[in-house]
Design a protein around this ligand. Structure first.
Ligand SMILES: Cc1cc2nc3c(=O)[nH]c(=O)nc-3n(C[C@H](O)[C@H](O)[C@H](O)COP(=O)(O)OP(=O)(O)OC[C@H]3O[C@@H](n4cnc5c(N)ncnc54)[C@H](O)[C@@H]3O)c2cc1C
Length: 382
């Protein structure tokens, strides 16, 4: 591992383990993409459970590995190098586990975290047809009746919706109060009234199942409320701080993978009697790609290190996500350019990586929303 101030031997071990499993996933990544086969991704998530990656940051007392944010970032980076669909589904799973880690009481942690660290899959259901960037505008409601909450509404674009055992759902408990009227709930698979809608057919991360979720009078025990009533938006935002570092790490993995493929190809491809890597035009593209990778790396690892220091990471997470995701889009585009026509075909994974990179600038807050968060934070700090 390159000398960086953020890592210890433990991190090196995590990277090695993740690298190995990512090699396994590389065998099926293009099939999952072509066939939109989410069963491959479901299998990959279970495999991550077997080797302890699924519950990497879950405390040991709740059946996880008790590791840190840097370990999680490195695991995601390695997995995203070969199969960004698996990385995205793993990230969504962790958003659910994180919400429980952040706000759950001991009983909830004891009930859900061990299974999420082992072989059960999580989903995080915030977005709705009328509430995307403006998440606080969500319309799903939860009403407390005879000691049970009844949830009614519709979620969409929910990663893992189709395969999740445990869904963290955000709903209004006080519709008059905007963001301050939202609560978080744990909804289990098979709850009466819970219906999983259609699978979205997507540009990228096509193996990761993205679905609608209908809550048609879903009745859950009042014990499934996470934290206090009307404090759910705070839980969502705190989970998304971590999630944005996770998106930055996935973007970094995608960028590094595309870069390596481009360098290898440029060394082998001969035109005008010499390898194309001899041409300065190609070298300049590689230099620009490398600079952006180094910048993404430092922003991402720094944000992860900051999270591990117990600091608030909203600003650094947004900076890392904004830069690394936009860099991944540019780097994968340049990789296609370096491969020429071959890069545009499915014979090489760079076109898939480019399609997969695009979601990184949209999910967990678009680039525009990251700029808003960054601006708000730096203006407030002045
Ligand atoms: C593959 C995939 C997986 C996803 N997984 C999940 C998941 O697991 N859980 C979940 O809850 N959600 C998930 N989402 C939803 C995702 O978080 C939203 O798509 C995203 O937040 C953007 O919301 P939107 O699509 O409604 O876009 P909109 O909010 O409608 O935005 C449209 C455009 O307007 C811009 N815009 C909006 N408001 C502003 C503003 N104030 N200033 C400037 N520009 C603005 C946006 O940046 C964007 O360019 C997923 C989406 C996809 C595509």
């Amino acid at each position: 591992m390159e000398k960086l101030p953020y890592f210890t031997e433990v991190h090196k071990d995590v990277r090695d383990i993740a690298k190995k499993v990512a090699e396994e996933f590389s065998q099926t990544a293009s099939i999952a993409d072509e066939r939109e086969d989410y069963t491959i991704i479901e299998k990959n998530l279970k495999r991550l459970g077997e080797i302890g990656i699924l519950g990497l940051r879950v405390p040991t007392e709740y059946g996880g590995q008790g590791l840190d944010m840097r370990s999680y970032a490195l695991a995601l980076e390695e997995i995203a190098k070969t199969c960004p669909s698996t990385a995205l589904s793993y990230d969504a799973h962790v958003l659910a586990a994180d919400s429980i880690m952040l706000a759950g009481n001991d009983d909830q942690k004891k009930k859900y975290l061990p299974m999420l660290a082992k072989d059960k899959i999580g989903a995080f259901a915030l977005s709705e047809p009328y509430a995307g960037s403006d998440a606080a505008a969500l319309r799903t409601v939860a009403e407390l009746k005879n000691g049970r909450y009844i949830l009614r509404g519709e979620k969409h674009f929910i990663t893992n919706g189709k395969i999740a055992d445990v869904i963290v759902v955000f709903a209004k408990t006080d519709p008059t109060k905007g963001a301050k009227g939202i609560s978080a709930f744990v909804v289990e698979k098979g709850s009466p009234g819970l219906k999983i809608g259609k699978l979205e057919s997507k540009m990228g991360v096509r193996g990761s199942p993205t679905t609608q979720i209908f809550l048609d009078g879903v009745e859950i025990p009042k014990e499934n409320l996470l934290g206090k009533e009307n404090e759910g938006f705070k839980i969502a935002m705190e989970a998304l701080d971590i999630g944005r570092i996770a998106v930055a790490a996935q973007s970094l993995g995608i960028s590094k993978s595309a870069f390596d493929i481009a360098v290898k190809y440029a060394k082998e491809r001969v035109q005008f009697g010499q390898p194309i890597i001899n041409f300065q035009a190609i070298q300049f593209m590689l230099a620009d790609m490398y600079v952006k990778i180094k910048a993404s790396e430092n922003l991402t690892y720094y944000a992860a290190w900051l999270a591990d220091s117990g600091e608030k990471v909203t600003l650094q997470a947004s900076i890392a996500k904004l830069f690394s995701s936009e860099a991944a889009l540019e780097i994968t585009d340049k990789a296609i350019q370096i491969l020429g026509g071959a890069g545009y075909t499915r014979d090489f994974p760079v076109e898939r990586l480019h399609r997969d990179a695009k979601i990184m600038t949209i999910g967990e807050g678009t680039s525009e929303i990251q700029r808003l968060v960054i601006a708000r934070n730096i203006i407030t700090a002045k």
